[in-house]
Ligand binder design. Sequence first.
Ligand code: ATP
Ligand code: MG
Length: 311
Amino acid sequence: MAKVITIGEILVEIMAKHEGQEFTRPGEFLGPYPSGAPAIFIDQVARMGIDCGIIARVGEDDFGRLNIDRLHNDGVDTDHIYITPGYTTGTAFVTYYPNGERKFIFHFTHAAAGQLAPADIDENYIKAARYLHIMGCSLAASTSLRQAIGKAIKVARANGVIVSFDPNLRPELLSHEGIRGVYNDILSSANIILTGKKELVALTGEEETDAAVAYLQAKGMEMIIIKEGSLGARLYHQGDCYQVPPVRVQEVDPTGAGDCFDGAFIACLAEGADFREALAIANIAGALSVTRKGPMEGAAFKKDILALRHR
Ligand code: ATP
Ligand code: MG
């Protein structure tokens, strides 16, 4: 039985080969790489050795096969990944700039990923889980995916399944109408939030971290984790703040760091670890993820993460 479940988009990512390469001119690209924030998250959970699954849709094509094979081989339950005739698997094109910024072109609203609907949510599957993780980028994908996520959260809450949420706000995805209302609903029902600092300000309207944390705690958020890239991460729980310094690594590709961090963190909790240990392990998983090119390629295996734990 899956202890950790996520729901959302499965994509392939196609990466511009050269820094500063623009999408407005022909250029060379690398890929397809398995991707989609929920897919990266769940792959990391599986690589931590935890039973887990994803509810998603892919097309009847090799991009879908590539993802299913990868997730299955890593131990993710792929029985709730549905093949969608008439649609192709979603795609994301990404290009990097010398200052570290990234630009994406997403195609998932009108791809298989965006076709997931409330009827695809198997209530018993969610009821049997311990954790349900939601990625904010999935909320922008389509109305039906948003509704499917809403249903999953409702089932989770009614059955004592812990809900974790990563807002994963990307400017390209924010133009969708009504997204703020959905975010507010989730902020009120999630137990754990894992976020970046900029996203925290955007979500709460509070510039100061302490005020933003207080805002979320007033909504009932039990754990607030702030991911700070190459600066490490911190966790707020009740009145306390716990910080972890960054693990020193050579950054090759930042995409997926946050998702791997989330996956390792929730996997540790699902295994019964203390949240401080989960924070330390997630910090290592995030660091390792940036050392490999490709969004899901940096998801590390438990033994490699543990090897860095007490060094
Ligand atoms: P994204 O959504 O773009 O994947 P994010 O903003 O959710 O990213 P980051 O803060 O970029 O997440 O990374 C998550 C965590 O991974 C950080 O909090 C840190 O623990 C680790 N990490 C990321 N980049 C580095 C780095 N260059 N060196 C060391 N650790 C890193
Ligand atoms: Mg993120």
